[in-house]
Design a protein around this ligand. Structure first.
Ligand code: GTP
Ligand code: MG
Ligand code: NA
Length: 453
């Protein structure tokens, strides 16, 4: 079967080594050029088959025999300080599979848990990369790039130490409902999460990590990656004004293809726009979209899966995280306009019922939080993007008169405007602010519980 490139998201806590891992595979130095060594924006780069083959070495032989050979991989680097919620797709994920990077000496950290919750709610399969093995105290450097071999070359006490660290991860994952094992002990890759010890610094373990990832993709994701009867669509990652190009959008094309003469249908906060791209720009293979070594190349057509830049003056105000459709005639324009409108309607909540008020930074976080609130049976009266304003607090005040636990505001990664703050103090309306989704919800639930007790 002909399948497209899988979209692989790399997630994990700040400084766990996500960008370093990709740098190592690509032979790039993106991490070293980041301000403060911190990834600020979601990135994308394309790994061609040749790179996978070189990285996996002899392990590639088995992968090559598959009937569903992947034609490369599109890897997505995510900022550790922010969840990858905008990598959304019709309530699910644009990522087909993920690598959850965990620092071997630190284990699970807040953002690891956050990433995992999102993977869980969007049903994304994943592999754990247990990174920084070279930093295990007493670890002996070896020549091999295969972790299974490198482990054998360690002292018995170091082997036991690594095993303990692996079992800590197994234990944490089991509490969250996942079965997992070191990849060399996994019997059934469908039911057990594979843990691959690696070092982004020395490169050890990366051949195994990549071959587990590609193996899983080829075995279990054919249907998702098949291009038969798939409408062309993508996701907007970022919209910005660029020198010489004007308004641009970085997008991930998930399925199908975009041609320069096609119309693009996409959402703004107050409606849908239809625009023809002035240019389609493609980064070179192995180049990180947010820090390319070479210029993006203008191209007449792009096929999924790919990260690309679209230039068009009408893109200003387009929402990051919104789905992008490709229309080839008027009927398709109408069809996709309706689709986006109904998608937006179901996402932004504005009802007369009693519920909390939620303000978020992006539609991705909004969607994820509304979903989590629904699951913990917290009703939502209003959910929107933007700062908390005075009207939000006044609405919460009206709700508080009917239900004091619902008359509050949840603010995720947005400002609270001064007049809103003032009003909240006068009216005693609580505003919960947070940059971590689950602690936002946990803090609210804890407050309700405390107030009820
Ligand atoms: P954010 O994007 O800021 O969330 O971080 P990140 O997960 O991309 O981590 P990054 O690649 O920036 O690495 C953080 C630090 O850890 C850097 O100083 C890296 O050099 C270091 N580092 C990453 N991987 C390894 C590793 O395998 N071994 C050692 N010793 N250091 C590593
Ligand atoms: Mg990074
Ligand atoms: Na970092």
């Amino acid at each position: 079967m002909q399948i497209r490139q899988p979209i692989v998201a790399v997630l994990g806590h700040v400084d766990s080594g996500k960008t370093s891992l990709l740098d190592r595979i690509r032979g790039t130095g993106v991490q070293g050029r980041e301000a403060g060594g911190i990834t600020q924006h979601i990135g994308a780069s394309f790994l061609p088959t040749e790179t996978i083959k070189e990285t996996c070495g002899p392990l590639y032989k088995k992968l090559e025999q598959s009937e569903n050979k992947v034609p490369g991989i599109l890897v997505i680097d995510t900022p550790g300080h922010e969840v990858f919620t905008n990598l959304r797709s019709r309530g699910g994920s644009a990522a087909d599979i993920a690598v959850l990077v965990v620092d071997v000496n630190r284990g699970f950290q807040p953002q690891t848990n956050e990433s995992l919750k999102i993977l869980q709610s969007r049903k994304v399969p994943f592999v754990v990369a247990l990174n920084k093995c070279d930093q295990i105290s007493g670890w002996r450097k070896s020549e091999t790039s295969f972790i299974s071999q490198a482990i054998k070359e360690q002292d018995a006490s170091i082997q036991a130490d690594l095993d303990q660290k692996i079992y800590d991860v197994v234990g944490t994952l089991s509490v969250l409902g996942y079965q997992s094992e070191a990849f060399y002990r996994v019997k059934d890759f469908k039911s057990e999460i594979a843990i691959v010890p690696i070092s982004a610094r020395s490169g050890v373990g990366i051949p195994e990590l990549l071959s587990v990832l590609v193996g899983l993709t080829q075995q279990y994701l054919q249907k998702r990656l098949s291009q038969e009867e798939k409408d062309p669509r993508g996701i907007v990652l970022e919209v910005k004004d660029e020198v010489g190009l004007g308004q641009t959008a970085n997008i991930i094309l998930i399925d199908g293809s975009i041609k320069k003469e096609d119309s693009i249908v996409v959402a703004k906060r107050d409606g849908v726009i239809v625009t023809k791209p002035k240019a389609l720009l493609l980064p070179k293979a192995l180049d990180e979209m947010r820090d390319p070594r070479d210029k993006f190349k203008p191209t007449p057509q792009v096929d999924a899966a790919a990260g690309l830049k679209i230039a068009s003056p009408e893109l200003e105000g387009v929402l990051p995280g919104s789905t992008l459709y490709v229309a080839r005639n008027d009927d398709e324009v109408t069809k996709y306009t309706n689709l986006i409108e109904s998608e937006m309607k179901s996402m932004f909540v504005d009802t007369e019922t009693n519920g909390i008020i939620l303000k978020c930074d992006t539609i991705g976080s909004l969607e994820a939080i509304v979903e989590m609130l629904r699951r913990s049976q917290v009703p939502v009266a209003k959910a929107d993007i933007g700062p908390v304003n005075r009207r939000d607090v006044i609405e919460a005040k009206a709700i508080k008169e009917k239900d004091r636990h619902l008359g509050i505001v949840l603010a995720f990664n947005v400002k609270v405007l001064p007049d809103a703050k003032e009003e909240s103090e006068i009216s005693h309306i609580k505003i919960f602010e947070d940059k971590v989704i689950y602690s936002l919800i946990d803090n609210y639930n804890a407050w309700v519980e405390e107030d009820t007790a």
